[in-house]
Design a protein around this ligand. Sequence first.
Ligand code: HEC
Length: 186
Amino acid sequence: MFRVLLLVPLVGALLLSSILASLAQPTEAEAKSVFEGLGCIACHRSGGIAKSWDEIVSKYRASAGRYASLDEYVRAEVSQEVKNNLGFDVNSWSDLFRVMSQLTGRSPDDPGVKTVESYLASLLGAQAPEVTQPPETPVTPTPTPTPPTEVVRGEERLTWGIVLAIVAIVVIVLIALVVGLIVMRR
Ligand code: HEC
């Protein structure tokens, strides 16, 4: 009898953790405060040398779905601006985030940088580069291969979160019913 009762919190905890994991995609407000905390706003603010967060977000929303890949977006929309303003060559999405993180003295693997990166990637709705796929027009060779960013669109995650939440509720109610029946029968 007690073994059955022990299962309830266990299953509940398992389901809850999967729901939380599926909702892990940051909201805009979260991504914005991470961006501010990283120090990116030294340049990225209104009146600064680079676009403010709000300008970046609205540009990305407007560009959603227009590029086949994140690398293509960077080459078409960012390379020239970064070259003009900072003198760096960025030819891919991972190049861009490597340069940007280094400007703030961080590693490209910094969890905050990853949060901002995956949030912006989800806005564009384009695919992250494959590790095995060489850059199409390499002007400078990429020194460090970066693992592919997991791009899952925000809405997709949300839908899954809701589906999982409903499944979790149904399962928990069923378990409660079964446990209730067993207890009443004793
Ligand atoms: C030394 C100044 C500087 C710092 C610090 C800096 N950036 Fe940039 N960033 C630029 C410039 C200049 C550009 C290109 C011009 C623009 O986008 O306004 C740029 C471009 C970008 C772009 C591409 C924008 C587009 O149009 O698609 C992203 C994304 C970006 N930065 C993210 C970051 C993040 C994240 C950080 C903090 C980890 C950061 N930047 C820190 C100067 C900086």
